[in-house]
Design a protein around this ligand. Structure first.
Ligand code: CA
Ligand code: CA
Ligand code: CA
Ligand code: CA
Length: 697
């Protein structure tokens, strides 16, 4: 079915749901959502995609110097002191112009004292984890800001009347003559606004850049003042939203996963989870306009770049997360001697003057390598560009080489954890020995799709190796998947039963009839009503609605053809899009309230989440992200006709099909003639295939 026809169908079913809500007199259906940015006549998936576009463009519509502490768009992040008696705090929470923080600045000199700060790019070498000052000594250390016409910033004084000079550039040049004093100075001499007298309220200032050579910028912004100008009085003033008007919307990039609230710990401030970005790529593909395809490519290109430009690894592994904003690390920041490496997420701790990185983010989990494969193969299907296929092969080979496991039911282990090897961390990343059902579901689909696209038979055996593990994690009596094994690779981890492995298994595996009971299990054990919403929790303590998981269930219901339930929960998600805690009326928040438990060592909060929003788009469009097909289509098998899953078509398969025909059973795998019946004709086709006369897809 083409995408266009599908959209028409969805449009019809949306109308039906809205009518139903009005009929039952739901207060919410009649409520006005008061948000200037939301057009209430737009359909949900259009608004959800608009939200993803805004997140995607947030740090590329301008070239930011500073918006918030640790914001993904910040540049010139190293404050360098000039003179004396000047202090700076880039993480001040007091009345920022925008967002969570602003920069607090103090000068308390007297007599002939002067001081100030440059916000500079700096340089980073070897095993350093933080930049050092560069006053023009380092080669290739400047940003090219050619094309920018102005530098805009906001400032306010604590009392009003504070006098401060604001400027940019001039690092490595004599302030009076503008002549170079260092081998690699700023391309432009200092460009100053002169002394300004600040008011108590936020005010916008602009430094015009016309005529300046912006090809090599070291000092992106600065201020200086002296005691005389301030009558020997100590001053405090604030800065926020410092930006160059340089648009960079054609650059490959990742989207930050969560929109934090001002009071949140900034740990995830700039974190772009790899899984979420694979989903966003797929949501653009699912919608499928020309602009969507361009956006999908930019995320795909970012993934391809990350494979080849890790700051440490050269084996093609992807990390669990990268940073939003710029894809590449700044000029002359060379961790382990490598240039232009992909940026890792983290946060700046003002009190300790230290950059921290999260253990999960720097790790490389198998599922977070497999989802990008699924996304890149879908992108390859739409563009036929070899880059995306080759990148997928590299990632598949990494999983096969690094994670293949022969213990127990086989399958693939969970990947690698922790930070890379440095002098302070001699152990480096270590291989984990547990196995995850979800990871193996993802790997099964990734390998199967690679086989179908390359016809390279080695991937059949590898796909089956993952599938056998997944099948072993199915509990026939209780009718659900277990989460995986403990570290011995054999004993099933029964300490926690997550919901999502069940809809994922249904979307990925072609035995839809068998895995339907996993959906029933989630209905019985994970159904939750909370904060005015009906939906599903991540696990079975039902302490809140997890909207991403509720969207998984909608996609599963669509595959099962259960329109009533699909529509019921789609309606809840649409309402959540409009009314849930901390929504913006467009995207979907992760959970109905803060702290919804998972049974693992993380929780979900009511924060706008790109991953949840992408799943919402899948649900709205009727899209199975595992296979890049509509949910109305059957889940494809690895090999049509391979009934005993041994990776080969033989007379034994034909015999199974004949038995099924007698019993009136149906599976997609058996229906090789694809006429929605299993009968002797299918057995005959399989026999002919086994005899080498025809080839099955
Ligand atoms: Ca701010
Ligand atoms: Ca829970
Ligand atoms: Ca077979
Ligand atoms: Ca048939």
């Amino acid at each position: 079915m083409t995408k266009q026809i599908l959209k028409q169908m969805i449009a019809v079913s949306s109308v039906a749901v809205i009518a139903m809500l009005v009929f039952i007199g739901s207060a919410s259906a009649n409520m006005e959502y008061d948000d200037g940015g939301v057009n209430p006549t737009q359909t949900s998936e259009v608004l959800a995609l608009e939200h993803l576009e805004e997140i995607m463009d947030k740090y590329h519509s301008d070239f930011d110097v500073y918006t918030d502490l640790s914001a993904a768009g910040n540049h010139f992040v190293l404050p360098a002191k000039m003179g004396v008696d000047a202090e700076i705090n880039p993480g001040c929470f007091e009345n920022p112009h925008n967002g969570a923080t602003c920069i607090e600045n103090k000068f308390n000199g007297t007599g002939t004292s002067w001081g100030g700060w440059y916000l500079m790019n700096g340089a980073l070498e070897g095993e350093e984890t933080q930049p050092k000052q560069n006053w023009g000594e380092y080669l290739d250390a400047g940003f090219n800001l050619t094309g920018a016409t102005e530098l805009v910033f906001w400032a306010r004084g604590e009392e009003g009347g504070e006098r401060v000079e604001f400027f940019a550039f001039g690092v490595g040049r004599d302030p009076n003559t503008a002549n170079p004093t260092a081998p690699h100075p700023d391309s432009s001499p200092k460009r100053s606004l002169g002394y300004k007298t600040l008011g108590k309220e936020w005010q916008q200032y602009t430094i015009e850049l016309g005529g300046a050579d912006l090809s090599y910028v070291l000092g992106g912004f600065g201020w200086v003042t002296n005691a005389r100008k301030n009558n020997n009085k100590p001053i405090t003033f604030y800065l926020d939203d410092i930006k160059y008007d340089k648009e960079r919307l054609d650059e490959p990039r990742f989207l930050v996963s969560y929109e934090l609230l001002p009071a949140d710990e900034p740990v995830l401030k700039n974190t772009a989870f790899t899984y979420d970005n694979a989903l966003v790529l797929l949501s653009f593909l699912a919608n499928g306009t020309e602009e969507d395809l361009e956006r999908a490519r930019l995320i795909g290109d970012a993934l391809v770049y990350a494979i080849e430009h890790d700051r440490h690894f050269t084996d093609g592994r992807l990390r669990n997360a990268y940073q939003g904003g710029d894809l590449k690390l700044f000029p002359s920041w060379k961790p382990h001697g490598k240039e232009d490496t992909v940026r890792m997420p983290g946060w700046w701790d003002v009190k300790n003057d230290t950059w921290y990185e999260d253990r999960f983010s720097v790790s490389a989990h198998t599922g977070n390598v497999a989802w990008p494969i699924i996304a890149l193969l879908s992108l390859y299907e739409e563009t036929q560009e070899d880059t995306y296929l080759n990148a997928s092969i590299r990632l598949c080979e990494w999983i096969e080489d690094e994670c293949r496991d022969e213990r127990g039911a086989g399958g693939y282990t969970g990947g690698y954890e922790e930070w890379e090897k440095t002098a302070n961390n001699p152990q480096g990343q270590t291989k984990v020995s547990w196995k995850s059902t979800e990871h193996n579901i993802d790997v099964y689909v990734a390998f199967t799709r690679l086989y179908k696209l390359t016809r390279d038979g080695v991937w059949i055996e590898r796909a089956l190796h993952a599938r056998h593990f997944v099948e072993a994690m199915w509990d026939e009596n209780e009718g659900h998947f277990w989460t995986g094994t403990s570290e011995d690779g054999i004993s099933i981890n029964k300490a926690n039963i997550p919901a999502d492995v069940n809809p994922w298994g249904l979307m990925a595996m072609d035995e839809t009839n068998k895995y339907e009971s996993g959906i029933k299990w989630v209905e019985n054990k994970c159904y939750a009503e909370a904060d005015g919403f009906k939906g599903f929790d991540f696990n079975n303590d039902t302490d809140g609605v997890w909207f991403e998981g509720t969207a998984h269930m909608v996609v599963a219901y669509q595959i099962l053809g259960d329109e009533t339930k699909a529509n019921l929960y789609s309606g809840e998600l649409r309402r959540a899009r409009k009314e849930a805690n901390n929504t913006n009326g467009k995207g979907l928040v992760a959970a109905s309230h803060d702290g919804v438990s998972t049974g693992f060592d993380w929780i979900y909060d009511a924060r706008l989440h790109t991953g949840a929003t992408a799943w919402f788009v899948f649900a709205e469009l009727g899209y199975n992200p595992y296979w890049n097909v509509d949910t109305s289509e059957p889940v494809p098998p690895l090999l049509y006709g391979d009934l005993n899953s041994d990776g080969d078509i033989t007379p034994a398969d034909a015999a199974i099909v004949l038995q099924m025909a007698v019993r009136g059973e149906y599976t997609t795998t058996a229906d090789v003639s694809r006429d929605r019946q299993v009968n002797a004709l299918d057995a005959l086709v399989i026999l002919q295939t086994a005899g080498g006369r025809i080839k099955l897809g």
